[in-house]
Structure formats: C-alpha cells, structure tokens
Design a protein around this ligand. Structure first.
Ligand code: FAQ
Length: 333
C-alpha cells in the first residue's frame, strides 16, 4: 500500500504510473490535497520550496518598511505602518505553519534562510531611501503580491490555499494604504511629487521582477501549473500587473519609467494591454543569487532578530512544559 513514508529520497521509488495518474486525476477534479494525503515527493518538495520562500519573503519583507516606523511623518501613518509590518509577520507565520504540515520544521527553514541557502523575494534586497518608498512599496509591491497571490487562493494544496485567503485580504488593505500615501505626495508640493516620482523610478522594474523569470526561463512553471499550484505563468501575471498599474500611475500624474510602454489593442487576445520595455534579467539573477544591494544587511538583521528572540522561544517552551505538567494529573483523574 502506498505510504508517504515509503517514498525514497529520489522521489520515485514508490511512485508507480498508476499512483501518479490517480493523483493527477484528483488535481484535475479540483480536489484539495491535504497534508496527510498521499502525494508525489516532487509535489511535496515544490510546495516546501515555494511556501518556504514565500514565508521568508514575508519575514524579510518586514525589514525595509520597519526601517521607517520611527520616521513616519505622523501618528496616523506610524500606526498604519506598524500594523502593516505586523501583518507581514503574521503572514510569515501562517506560511511557516502551512509548510510544517509537509514535514519540514520551522527551525530547518530558518536555518536555510540564515545560511543563504533558501531564497526570498528579490524585491526586499532594495533599500528604502525616502518616505515615498513606503507608499510605493504598498502600491507596487503589495499590488504585485496580490496579483500573484489571488490565484494561490485556488492552489491545490489546502493549507496554502486557505492561508492565502486571509493574506490577500490584508494585502489589499496594504495596497490601498500605500496608494493613499503616494496620492498624498503626488498632490502635495512639487518636492513631494518629485519624491513620489523618484520612488516610482526606483521600484518599478524590481516590482516587475517579483513575478519571476520569463516563462521561457521558468524551470518550475510547467509542472507547478500541471499540479495547479500555480494557475498562471510568471509573464501572464506580470502583464496583468502592468495593465492594472499603468492607469493608476496616470491617475496620480506620475510617469512609469519605461519609454517603451505603449498601449497595444491587439494584446490579451484583442482586449488590449501594454507593451513594455526589456527587463534587466542580469540584475534580476544577480539579486536572486544573493548580490542585491541590501542582501547582506537583510540576512544579518534576520540572524540578529533570531538570536535576540532566543530567550522568548525558551520561555515559551518552559511555560508550555509547566502547563503540560500541571494539566497531567487533572487529566488522569
Ligand atoms: N525573487 O521557475 P521559477 C510579498 C526563483 S510576498 C527571488 O519561475 P517558481 C508580501 C525561483 O524561486 C513576495 N527568487 O519559480 C509583502 C526559482 O529558484 P529555485 C513573495 C525568485 O517558484 C509585501 C527560480 O527563480 N511572493 O511581497 C524570484 O515557479 C510587502 C526559477 O523561477 C511569493 O513568494 C524572485 N522574485 O515561480 C511583504 C509568492 N522569482 O527555487 C512585505 C509565491 C523566481 O529553483 C512587504 N511564490 N525566483 O532555487 C510564487 O508564486 C513563485 O514561487 C514565483 C516563482 C512566482 C515567485
């Protein structure tokens, strides 16, 4: 009988064609796969990789904005930013929990992040130089995250799909608060408008890179689409993001920093869409491989936070052990 524990490290030893076909039939019938269900080792590994990277992105993603909590221009802005950064921490926790259901521990995932083995989104390796960056991160980075994550609410793996529903609701609030910051700056003094334009200039291209490499260079997309982990390709989602965001920039009176951007009525099967200029894939791969402008700082800060939090984890464990010891005699009665 099939059992997950019997799958060899090569991921193929017990995966007969019949088993793989039966699994694919469940996927094709839009059934949700739950943690204790039999699943191909490749499916499990793909999810551990993607959910782990996603969790790390949320946690590392707290750093560029956390940098501005103490410098937000008003109490209202400070409270909203604090809540947003806290939400991102919460997203990381749901995602680590979802990954843990696949047999990987939080400690292992954290170790991989700290050693540089695990990836996190390229976008969080760029610096936040001005207050306008906080608005533009909410508008573009959360906007891109929503575009990518709404389809993940229909991911075939139940715990990931369910986590994404709440995450997307919160990201939607983040996107709006970001857009509102940028709108305030764009309608402010010429200097404030210039700050917003400068932030848009710096974050536009890295935001497009968040969607991952061109489909032709995306090694995981085909299989992930077949398993309905991903529902759209990287290029499809990038295009949807561009088409949704350009009119928002126009409304703000800001210029998207792409001289090749042009409306093409033939695109998207005649519905129309924007053609855009070339993305600097050399920069993308440099950042993905750990050479982004803030890469060293991000990992250093995460390691420091983990070490500083050691006493909290120890105290929580000691507290849990005490409660368990106290509960035991009562349970025995
Ligand atoms: N950065 O074959 P594909 C957020 C890697 S959350 C770094 O196309 P796949 C919330 C990829 O891992 C943002 N690495 O891969 C927030 C693979 O390497 P591997 C994160 C990237 O998995 C907002 C290789 O390139 N969102 O922003 C990137 O099918 C504001 C080949 O690529 C998610 O993680 C990249 N941009 O597609 C927080 C969403 N792109 O693993 C704070 C879930 C690709 O073989 C403030 N993830 N790579 O070593 C996904 O949807 C997918 O994993 C993709 C990549 C679309 C990111």
């Amino acid at each position: 009988m099939y059992s997950q524990g019997l799958i060899g490290a090569d991921g193929r030893s017990t995966e007969t064609p019949e088993f793989l076909e039966a699994f694919q039939r469940r996927i094709d019938a839009e059934e949700k796969i739950e943690p204790n269900d039999p699943m191909p080792e490749g499916y499990r590994r793909t999810l551990v990789r993607q959910i782990g990277q996603h969790a790390h992105s949320e946690i590392v993603g707290m750093l560029p904005e956390g940098n501005w909590i103490s410098r937000a221009p008003s109490l209202k802005r400070k409270a909203a930013l604090l809540a947003k950064v806290q939400d991102e921490g919460g997203h990381g926790l749901y995602l680590y929990s979802a990954a843990e259901t696949l047999g990987v521990s939080r400690e292992e995932m954290t170790e991989e992040l700290h050693s540089g083995k695990a990836k996190y989104s390229s976008i969080f390796n760029y610096p936040t130089l001005s207050w306008a960056d906080i608005g533009v991160i909410g508008w573009l980075v959360d906007g891109a995250a929503i575009m990518n994550q709404i389809p993940l609410c229909r991911c075939s793996f139940g715990p990931y799909a369910r986590a994404m529903i709440r995450v997307c609701k919160e990201e939607s609030f983040h996107q709006r608060q970001g857009y509102e910051i940028v709108m305030t700056l764009a309608r402010g003094t010429p200097e404030q408008k210039e700050m917003a334009q400068d932030a848009l200039n710096r974050w536009w291209w890295p935001s497009l890179m968040m969607f991952g490499p061109h489909d032709a260079d995306s090694q995981h997309s085909d299989q992930s689409m077949k398993w309905k982990i991903k529902r759209f390709t990287n290029d499809q989602l990038r295009q949807q993001f561009i088409d949704a965001t350009v009119p928002q920039a126009e409304y703000l009176g800001l210029t998207v920093p792409d001289p090749d951007l042009a409306w093409n009525p033939e695109k998207n099967a005649g519905k129309g869409g924007y053609d855009h200029g070339p993305i600097d894939w050399d920069e993308f791969w440099r950042v993905v491989k750990g050479h982004g402008p803030m890469a060293r700082d991000r990992i250093r800060d995460r390691r420091r936070a983990w070490d500083k939090g050691a006493w909290v984890r120890e105290a929580a464990r000691a507290h849990a052990a005490k409660r368990a010891a106290r509960a035991r005699p009562i349970a025995a009665e």
